[in-house]
Design a protein around this ligand. Structure first.
Ligand SMILES: Nc1ncnc2c1ncn2[C@@H]1O[C@H](COP(=O)(O)OP(=O)(O)OP(=O)(O)O)[C@@H](O)[C@H]1O
Ligand SMILES: [Mg+2]
Length: 533
């Protein structure tokens, strides 16, 4: 029976379901055309989730499907290196009759929000949008309302919000105009502005200053394939990022929403356009307000028709809300413990979601699975779940475990995006424009004041002259009253128009560059509030 279980053009080999006495063996596959129906990988610590993610990523890549996944412990990075033969791997390969068992390295692109263990990945404040930013900063509803107004005004006035200082400047501006803006947008509470500004400072310290800005990540760059037709595996270094779980969760959600907004409808393709692994998925749903939860559900549901498969990886199936769980068609359940009532409930929930197999009791199986063994059920041709099978997952072809710093450096130097994201660009945006406006206003006020001075001096002179010649009578000065209504602004020497045009022109150019056809109108925002291009 050699070579029976290789990946074929339309399916991924996950492992073999078998009985310990080898009286029964069957390949367990994931159909590529069903891979956009999402999936779930769960199991307690050390039961084999990461290796399962690794073998799935390998197979997707070989099938020409780009992958995005995060690397929380540094062990996913091994995908970039060829695996080395080891006894326990060979034994496993033999047990599931994976023959030949070949080692291979994969085309990995490393990314890192902090720019240390991968190419910097950035987003602009505008792209992130008020909804996700509020989530990121844990704002109250009232504060979120104010942030929304700040975004609306920025959108309407063509102020680009690229980095954190843009948003800070915009908030200061909104605070200064609170009375005027309040009439149009409703009460703008200065205390809320202060609270947002403080939250921004915290976010800045946590790495936001590095993350928010340009050049922003281009979606096309994570959807690359190699010349020999393999999909890129994008690995997000997340060891440091995990220290700020909210930034981690919000960033991945932003990336999902960007994929959703940017990719065209493709229906149900023969294979996915991209597969997205969401590790530590509970961080996405933890304390998510209801409104956001609904949007997440919506994005997960709709992104399928863009050809994106989303695979949640988490310890406990109870971490994923039921409405989302119901959309995850391909399931790989590693072992769970069942000591506490909550654990027992998780086991029961997990067991109940499978199409039962008369050969064994699901709940019992879940608590007795070995390492790298799992209950597997995938979607069949017509979309129905396959009968659950107790499956020994195949061993990886790439390295099991981390890579060295110098290996990483070599791979990054050869990366197709090497040099593209390394340098921050700081082009003219809200901060610069508002500063220029403020300077202009100060100049105008200054000139006005000087004009008024001159006017006063002239008046004194006139009065002295008048008292000498016409008995000191002059006409009253009031609006519409005739002669000399004070209009220092108009009398002041015209503000340097050339200067003003420069600012306006620059603003136009910036807006054109980033919002294209929506110039002159407010920016259109997508399902999660990100900027639509
Ligand atoms: N399919 C497999 N083939 C070979 N070895 C495996 C396989 N799955 C798991 N193992 C072994 O089990 C170890 C633990 O697996 P893994 O790191 O995937 O667990 P995990 O569920 O991700 O744990 P954690 O929650 O702590 O991250 C691996 O380092 C490897 O030695
Ligand atoms: Mg792991």
């Amino acid at each position: 029976m050699s070579g029976m279980w290789e990946n074929t053009v339309d399916r991924i080999f996950v492992g073999a379901s078998r009985k310990p006495d080898d009286s029964y063996q069957q390949a367990e596959n994931l159909l590529l055309k069903m891979a956009n129906r999402h999936g779930l990988v769960t199991g307690a610590t050390g039961t084999g989730k990461t290796v399962t993610l690794q073998i799935l990523a390998e197979a997707f890549s070989n099938a020409g499907v780009p992958v995005f996944c995060s690397d929380i412990k540094g062990d996913v990075a091994g995908l970039a290196m060829k695996g080395e033969p080891k006894d326990f791997l060979a034994k496993r390969a033999a047990a599931i009759q994976l023959d030949p068992y070949e080692f291979q390295e994969f085309p990995v692109i490393f990314w890192d929000l902090f720019g240390e263990k991968g190419h910097p990945v950035r987003a602009t404040v505008s792209e992130m949008g008020p909804l996700l930013l509020s989530r990121l900063m844990n704002l109250t509803e009232a504060q979120e309302g104010v942030l929304n107004i700040a975004f609306r005004i920025a959108d309407e006035e063509g102020m680009l919000l690229l980095d954190m200082k843009d948003l800070q400047a915009m908030l200061v501006n909104v605070g200064e105009r609170a009375n005027e803006l309040g009439m149009r947008y409703g009460n703008i509470n200065r205390a809320s502005i202060g609270a947002i500004q403080r939250a921004l400072l915290v976010l800045e310290e946590q790495g936001g200053a590095f993350f928010f800005g340009e050049p922003a990540l281009k979606i096309a760059d994570i959807m690359r394939t190699t010349r020999d037709g393999r999909g890129a595996i994008n690995v997000l270094a997340a060891e440091k990022l995990m220290m700020n779980p909210r930034l981690y969760g919000t960033f991945l959600l932003w990336l999902l929403s960007e994929l959703f907004e940017e990719l065209p409808e493709v229906g149900d393709p023969a294979k996915p356009k991209l597969v997205f692994f969401f590790d530590e998925a509970h961080l996405l749903f933890n304390e998510a307000p209801r409104a956001l939860m609904e949007r997440i559900e919506q994005v997960v549901r709709l992104i399928r028709s863009k050809g994106v498969g989303v695979y949640f990886v988490t310890q406990n199936p109870l971490d994923v809300p039921e409405t989302v769980l119901a959309q995850l068609g391909n399931r790989i359940q590693h072992a769970l413990r069942a000591y506490t009532p909550r654990e027992q409930k998780a086991v029961k929930t997990a067991a109940d979601t499978f199409r039962p197999n008369p050969d064994f009791d699901c709940a019992t199986a879940i608590t007795t699975l070995g390492t790298g063994e799992a209950l597997v059920s995938t979607l069949e041709e017509k979309g129905a779940p396959s009968m659950v099978q107790r499956t020994l997952v195949r061993p990886p072809a790439s390295r099991l475990g981390p890579i060295t710093d110098s290996e990483r450096a070599t791979i990054m130097a050869q990366s197709p995006v090497a040099g593209q994201y390394d340098q921050t660009i700081d082009r003219e945006s809200a901060y610069e424009l508002l500063r220029a406006q403020a300077e202009q206003a100060a100049r105008t006020a200054d000139e006005a004041a000087r004009a008024e001075q001159a006017e006063k001096a002239r008046k004194v002179e006139e009065r002295q002259a008048g008292s000498r010649s016409e008995n000191g009578w002059t006409l009253p000065e009031f609006p519409g009253g005739g002669t000399s209504q004070r209009q220092p602004q108009r009398r002041a020497p015209a503000p340097r128009t050339s200067n003003r045009q420069t600012v306006a022109e620059a603003a136009m150019k910036s807006v054109v560059r980033s919002v294209g056809s929506s110039l002159g109108r407010a920016i259109v925002r997508g399902i999660l509030g990100s900027m639509k291009r």
